[in-house]
Design a binder for this molecule. Structure first.
Ligand code: 3HC
Length: 722
């Protein structure tokens, strides 16, 4: 018996080896070592005829311990010895092995099960190889054994998408040999193992199977197609191609050669920045739920059972949908029956779209809709635990609503606003309950976008912040707690993004070229001008004004968006903005944009000698994103985010910043803080006479990190004693 894996020999001669590393039995090197020792002992003991491998705490394993990747310079110490040692011992040791899988077998966890001679799981189990989403590839033989069990097409798909499959699909594909109820799992696995030992059931060796693998003539085109698709979909990523290479070598030269290729490819992928960035995002995303002074304050979160949403518009109905989907009772309040019915209709159609996409059954959607009720007054608000106000961005209106809410709701009800721009303290100014007023900033569409920006003021009580965090998790959002300021965290870093792009146009660059670089060259889901069209030039102008007023010293007051508004080219909704749109929302460049761009350039007066500055795609990327990093540093320095990594998560989930670049701040660290500061200083000087020094000048936090060689992610403020 040891700590990380235990061995128990049963009266039937079947040894049960149990992984013990809660909460998810991550395969830390110490666990692998313990597992290896247990296997060796079981194989050596005369009273053991077969082995069952299982996991403690109702879970098999979520794979190799990702924290080890974060510690090491790459690869977590995984090398080919793992395959030669424990996988080979599981697969081809003297005694047969059966994996008894409950709840999850992911990454190295599934690979452990794949190396066993049979697999049995429980209903609801998720099985998958999600390594690619960590910037690596399966490293315990998964690239070889999975295709030999489920066929190349399915296996490649599972690896490339990182998406797990459920028990039913696994059984259909032959990935598991049986699905049995949880309470029967060990008994069934023991019986199966004993039967293999007795020769009444076959002992299968995954690495040597060929019956499910497509013939070479079919296999190679499948891999070529997958490669071409991957290059198209993820042109910046190398590790999916390394994974496909390992699969191909296995198909062409056999499993052993494939394992060697897998090992080499794994080491190569693990040395890339992509891997560091994605591991960072994995932990950063989980860490947003841990907030200093809130989650460590010994408070108990209260569950929100009933939520009222004020306003049944696009945002309100999305918030209502997300809340009802999480099992909460929802009350939508509107000002008249017409608006109320269309709000309820929107919730219904959100659910219908979930049914259409196969995310839920019609019966489930009907049950969710049953939880959503409409109202035109506050009479039912005494039973509500939280209100989310989602009405027009009008301070006076919101202030009146909050004053009414204070009277209509219980004294412990949380009063929140979905505002994206207005000071939360201002919204609550006409109440006496500032301690339970908070921002719940959703991103559109609210039932789909994964981020929830929780805005606390200096008066919001820790209990209310904690309860709102709990609400965010319950509705399956990644909640990020931020401080109260213009634009909070996300929109605040969005401002310089749009402004820098407009500045480049005024300097003479083509907006379509800029979009192409930011989309294809950098990996954002769309360029800044396509995004502006999506949001609407009117909304952009309105939101931008807040920033100009709040931070005039560092604003590039571009006239491009103003001119688009004047020309009534508001974007997608008017059929034209920077682009022209057809009925199917397809874009094409529009020659009619040229005079607007010309007028903006003329007004800016920055285009010297009629020629734009020569800029490489990388320079364009830096010109747009370094001011964004600079603003992000101010957000960190002012304590608007709890920790720098929160901003990485927020930019990935709300802005679409490529996760494989690690989020805004990690990206700057990876490319070098000194370089960022040096470029910003250079532009500050270069554009000083145009009044743009403030737009570029590195803030104190950024300059300090550059001067001292510290990382922006370290959160070391210039005034910090650390
Ligand atoms: N290693 C280390 N810690 C892990 C882990 C792993 N593989 N998987 C989960 N955890 C930790 C989380 O960090 C979290 O810790 P915390 O409570 O301290 O924040 C805790 O386990 C619970 O995880 P979640 O909060 O994510 O809980 P959920 O129930 O929402 O999700 C999960 C569970 C589906 C297992 C999800 O955590 C997950 O997807 N984990 C990653 C799975 C994965 O990518 N595995 C591949 C690892 S790489 C590998 O195996 C390489 C091999 O091929 C050699």
């Amino acid at each position: 018996m040891n700590q990380k894996a235990s061995l128990q020999v049963q009266h039937d001669g079947v040894a049960i080896v149990t992984l013990q590393n809660p909460p998810v039995n991550a395969l830390h090197p110490a666990v692998l070592n313990a597992l290896f020792n247990c296997l060796r002992e079981a194989h050596a003991r005369k009273d053991v005829k077969a082995i069952v491998v299982t996991g403690s705490n109702g879970r098999f394993s979520a794979g190799f311990d990702i924290a080890e990747f974060a510690k090491s310079s790459g690869g977590g110490g995984i090398d080919s010895r793992i395959n030669d040692n424990f996988c080979a011992l599981l697969e081809s040791g003297p005694k047969p092995t059966v994996a008894a899988v409950e709840s999850m077998a992911l990454g190295g966890g599934l690979e452990t099960a794949l190396a066993c001679n049979a697999r049995i799981c429980t209903p609801g189990t998720k099985l998958g190889l999600p390594e690619l989403q960590l910037g690596i590839l399966p490293g315990f033989g998964g690239t070889q054994r999975l295709p030999r069990l489920v066929g190349l097409q399915t296996a490649a798909q599972m690896m490339l998408t990182s998406a797990p499959i459920n028990d039913k699909k696994a059984a259909k594909l032959g990935l598991v040999d049986a699905v049995v109820p949880k309470e029967k799992l060990l008994e069934a696995a023991r019986a199966w193992a004993a039967e293999i030992a007795a020769g009444t059931k076959p002992r299968n060796f995954s690495l040597y199977r060929t019956d499910r693998l497509e013939p070479l003539g079919e296999a190679l085109p499948i891999l070529e197609f997958a490669r071409a698709e991957t290059q198209k979909r993820a042109p910046h990523l190398t590790h999916p191609l390394l994974c496909l290479d390992a699969i191909r070598v296995g198909v062409e030269q056999g499993g052993h050669a494939g394992l060697q290729q897998e090992s080499a490819a794994f080491a190569q992928a693990a040395s890339l920045d992509t891997h560091k960035a994605l591991v960072h995002i994995f932990f950063a995303q989980r860490a947003t739920k841990k907030v200093k002074g809130i989650t460590d304050a010994g408070l108990k979160p209260r569950k929100m059972k009933k939520v009222a949403v004020l306003g049944g518009g696009l945002m309100g109905s999305g918030i209502a949908t997300a809340s009802a989907l999480a099992g909460m009772d929802v009350l939508i309040k509107e000002v008249n029956d017409k608006f109320l019915q269309s709000g309820l209709g929107r919730v219904k159609s959100n659910l219908a779209s979930g049914v259409k996409k196969g995310k839920m059954t019609q019966e489930a959607a009907d049950a969710v809709m049953q939880r959503v009720k409409g109202t035109l007054d506050y009479s039912d608000f005494k039973s509500v635990d939280m209100v989310v106000e989602a009405v027009l961005e009008d301070v006076g209106l919101k202030q009146r609503i909050f004053a009414d809410l204070e009277k209509a709701c219980r004294p412990d009800c949380i009063l929140s606003s979905n505002t994206s721009t207005i000071d939360i303290s201002l919204i609550g100014q006409k109440t006496k309950c500032a301690d339970r007023i908070i921002g719940n900033h959703f991103f559109s569409p609210a039932h789909i976008m994964p981020l929830l920006e929780i805005v606390r003021t200096d008066k919001t009580s820790p209990q209310v912040v904690l309860d709102t965090l709990e609400y965010g998790s319950a509705i399956k959002k990644t909640p990020v707690v931020v401080g109260n300021c213009t634009g909070f965290a996300v929109n605040r870093v969005f401002f310089p993004y749009t402004q820098a792009a407009c500045l480049l146009v005024d300097l003479g660059l083509d907006p379509y070229k800029i979009d192409k670089v930011i989309l294809g060259g950098f990996g954002m889901p769309m360029g800044p001008f396509r995004l502006s069209d999506l949001v609407g030039a009117d909304v952009g102008l309105h939101v931008g004004k807040n920033f100009v007023e709040a931070f005039p010293e560092r604003t590039y007051n571009a006239s491009l968006i103003v001119k688009l508004n004047e020309a009534k080219r508001l974007g997608e909704k008017t059929g034209a903005g920077f682009y022209k749109y057809d009925a199917k929302r397809k874009t094409k460049p529009d020659p009619e944009l040229a005079p607007i761009v010309e007028a903006s350039r003329k007004e800016a007066g920055l285009l010297k000698g009629g020629k734009p500055p020569p800029m490489s795609p990388q320079e364009i990327i830096e010109f747009i994103f370094f001011p964004v990093v600079n603003e992000g540093c101010r957000v960190i320095a002012e304590g608007i985010v709890d920790k720098p990594a929160d901003l990485d998560v927020a930019t990935v989930l709300a802005m679409g910043f490529p996760p494989y670049r690690g989020g805004l701040i990690k990206w700057a660290d990876l490319i070098g803080v000194k370089h960022v500061a040096q470029r910003l200083n250079q532009w500050a000087k270069q554009y000083e006479s145009a009044g743009l020094a403030g737009f570029f000048k590195p803030c104190q936090y950024l300059q300090h990190a550059a001067d001292t060689g510290s990382q922006l992610s370290a959160g070391v403020r210039p005034d910090s004693k650390l």
